[in-house]
Every structure is written in C-alpha cells, then in structure tokens.
Ligand binder design. Sequence first.
Ligand SMILES: Nc1ncnc2c1ncn2[C@@H]1O[C@H](COP(=O)(O)OP(=O)(O)OP(=O)(O)O)[C@@H](O)[C@H]1O
Length: 317
Amino acid sequence: MISARGLARTFTTKSGPVEAVLPIDFDVAPGSIVGLLGPNGAGKTTTLRMLTTLLSPTAGQAQVAGVDLRKDPREVRRRIGYVAQIGAAPAPGTRVGEELVTQGRLQGLSKTESAARVQALLPRLSLDGLGERALSELSGGQRRRFDVAIGLVHSPQLVFLDEPTTGLDPQSRANLWDHIRSLREEQGVTVLLTTHYLDEADALADRILVMDHGRIVADDTPDALKAAVSGDVISITVDGDLAVAEQVARQAIDVRRATSEADVLNLTVERGDVSVAPLLRALDTAGLPMRSVTVSRPSLDTVFLELTGRSLRDTDA
Ligand SMILES: Nc1ncnc2c1ncn2[C@@H]1O[C@H](COP(=O)(O)OP(=O)(O)OP(=O)(O)O)[C@@H](O)[C@H]1O
C-alpha cells in the first residue's frame, strides 16, 4: 500500500538546513496498521506530510495507494484520507453532518452520495445523533472522531492519522482505538499513524517503525521489538556523580548496557530482581547512596532506550 525509497526532507531555515527526515525506506502492506513511533521532532509528521502530498520530498520516491507520489499527487490525494494533528478551528456554527457532507463533495462525491456516506459513517464513529450538533459543542473525543470521519468520508483504502489520540482522556483514547481497529477489520482500510505513546503503538499496530532524528531506527512487530531486548532495566538516582556510580555498578554486577539522562542512570541487566541488592550495597560502600530505584521489564520504552540511548517517556516530558 505504501513503498518509500530514499524519501527525505530538508528544510531551509535562517539558521541553516534542518534535516527533518534523512533518506528512509519502508513498506506498508495492505490491510495493516503501522505505527510511526518517536519523540517530538523525530520527523514523523514530516514523513506523513510527504506521503500525503502536502510537502514535497527533497529526495527519494514513494508509491502511495498504487500511485507514484511525484508523478500524480492529485490521484494520491483522491485515494487516501489524512487526519492532521489537530483539527482546524471550525467556523462558528458549523454543524457536524453539514461539514462532513461538504468535505465529501470537495472530495468529488455528489451531494446524494456524500449525504449517504455521512449517514453510514456517523454511527461507525459513535457520532450518531450528532449530525445537527455544532462542531464547537463537541467533546474532545467526539471532535477527534469527527476529524477521523472527515478523513474517511470519501471511503479511502489508506488513511494517515497524525497523533490521533493526543490530548484525549484514557476512555476516549480506548474508544478511538476500537474505531481504528474496526476500520481495518470491517473495511480492510490500511492505517499509518504517528504517535509518541508507547501503549498506543503497542495496542494498535501490527508493525512499528521507530523514528529518531529523522531516521528509522527499528522496524518490526511490537513483540519482536520487545523480544529483541531481553533483560531488565534498573533505573537509579544517586547522591553523587553518575559516571562514578556506573563504574561502581559495573564492578558489582553484570551490566550489559548503561545510559544516563539528566540524573538517572539506566542499567540493562539480565535479572533486575537479583542485581538490585548487590548494586545497593556497592553504591553505599562507595559513598553514593541511592535516592531512588525502579526495575522495569522490557517494554517498548526499553526498546527505544536500547536503540537511541534515550527514554521515549523522558524525551516527551
Ligand atoms: N516547516 C519547517 N521548517 C523548518 N523546520 C521544520 C519544519 N517542519 C518541521 N521542522 C523540523 O523538522 C524536524 C522534524 O519535525 P516533525 O514535525 O516531522 O517531527 P515529529 O516527529 O512529527 O514531532 P512531533 O511529535 O512533535 O509532532 C524538527 O526538528 C522540526 O523542528
């Protein structure tokens, strides 16, 4: 459904070039849900905007929904749906149903076709009964589902969702996840979504592309990504120098990998439960009392940490 080769985008700014996306290669199979996961500024939105024809690549090429991105961007637009990060502010008084019908007409549907499509779409996204409601009166979750409906009004087989659940409460997020899954299950729609939520990528995606600094640093199933990182991560804060603490840790226990960010030292070890006690003793003896310690099982955050040396959660914060 998507095949990108050497796709790249550099922005020219006053302070010099910004290489937002370095040449990337990836494929998305029809009927799959693929998550593009990465911290702020990783290049996710830029990638999506290139694939949806909103931004021209500075290098490379892509086939999107069977069409060459550079040769026929208009046809690409006809075949895809795109839900941007935050829906545009509606004109005062704009009504849900009326706006959806208008968007369908802008996508080339006749008035009757568009109205029929909107009638079918509203219940699918739990928006039934809200056709006459003003957009400004929708809740956050309803508004986001409305944004998704806009992307689906012309029945595309490929949909791009940019951070679909950012800003939603947990219940609305879970509800939108169900809707995204049903797009694939009931209609075979292929979905490429960006997110910086690990749980979202884990819950929704068949495959995850991890992006960092404009590169794809991993491309696999959530399970395979987690399986690739065996062991536990012990994260500690100490009263004292982290570099010294790392040396002490390496002497006391078998450390596979150590990374530090701000005042936290992350140690990847075979068994966290077995290593914590000797680590504590060694740090005490060295005059570096531990202020806090957490032991975590491999998660996608661990994967990200292993791949980039930084924690996704901390990067977001
Ligand atoms: N129009 C632009 N001009 C200059 N630099 C830009 C432009 N758009 C994006 N960038 C830069 O390109 C890099 C990638 O940005 P992008 O928006 O693609 O990241 P992202 O992964 O989507 O992040 P977020 O999760 O915050 O949306 C960033 O360094 C950003 O500042």
